[in-house]
Design a protein around this ligand. Structure first.
Ligand SMILES: Cc1ncc(COP(=O)(O)O)c(C=O)c1O
Length: 255
């Protein structure tokens, strides 16, 4: 399936079920709670909107398809998505980040997570070889932003991720500035992709949002758990807005 077809159809199938309305655009599901026909089983798979919402899930399915991932999770901002990734770590773990990482990400690392005893190194790297001498026994995550904001530094994602994989270290790529149209980090070996959807995926400056996209099932289960446990979800309205914008932008980009 070509990119523009995925952008239009993934997660955005018309509701053609018996008795369904046939909407060709996913509706904004504002209900916070979903009724059950049986106490033991939620009707249609939804219980409570923080845990799962049909509009948010449509956007998440679309994002997973566009990035070539198995699962995606939408958050209330890019920084909320980034914070949830950091919650995979535990006290004493070490993270290596590209030195020119977005200022808000650096602030979150230094002024929030460092107080919980996570350790950070900010390194100017392009390849896996550049990174190698900075790896410590407790290094658990490599944080790549490519291109970076603001200096537009570029990382050789395949090389950095290949080296990290050989040492069983997880890799994250902040793909905000490239968008999945121009760059697919999961196909280059990254474990996790993160976006500030406030930028090019949203594109119209009318919704703040973030997302995490992954291909590994166990990691997806953990991020889904954190999305629900921490609760920094994208609202149904912003999910709708972002899904509509993302289609528009990405189709334009691919035509
Ligand atoms: C590369 C990058 N990542 C993350 C963020 C944070 O995203 P948000 O503003 O949606 O929280 C930004 C915001 O400018 C950014 O440029």
């Amino acid at each position: 399936m070509k990119f523009s077809t995925k952008a239009i159809h993934a997660g955005n199938e018309p509701n053609l079920k018996e008795g369904g309305s046939g909407d060709v655009v996913i509706p904004i599901h504002l209900s916070t709670t979903f009724a059950r026909k049986k106490v033991s089983r939620p009707t249609g798979g939804y219980e409570y909107s923080r845990s799962g919402n049909p509009t948010r899930n449509a956007l998440e399915e679309n994002l997973a398809a566009l990035e070539g991932g198995k699962a995606a999770f939408a958050f209330s901002s890019g920084l909320a998505a980034i914070a949830n990734i950091l919650l995979l770590l535990k006290s004493g773990d070490h993270l290596i980040s590209i030195d020119d990482v977005y200022g808000g990400t650096r602030r979150l690392f230094k002024q929030v997570f460092e107080t919980f005893d996570l350790k950070f190194s900010f390194v100017n790297f392009v390849t896996g070889k550049d990174l190698q001498r900075h790896i410590q026994k407790n290094t658990k995550l490599i944080w790549i932003e490519s291109p970076t904001n603001p200096l537009m530094k570029i990382v050789d994602i395949a090389s950095a991720c290949g080296m990290a994989k050989s040492k069983k270290i997880l890799t994250v790529v902040d793909n905000t500035f490239a968008s999945p149209y121009f760059q697919k980090p999961l196909a280059l070996g990254a474990d996790i992709v993160v976006h500030s959807m406030t930028k090019y995926i949203g594109g119209h400056s009318d919704a703040v949002g973030g997302c995490i996209v992954l291909k590994d099932k166990d990691l997806a289960v953990r991020i889904k758990f954190l999305q629900n446990a921490v609760g920094a979800i994208l609202s149904p309205f912003d999910s709708f807005q972002t899904l509509s914008s993302s289609l528009y932008n990405l189709i334009l980009a691919s035509s």
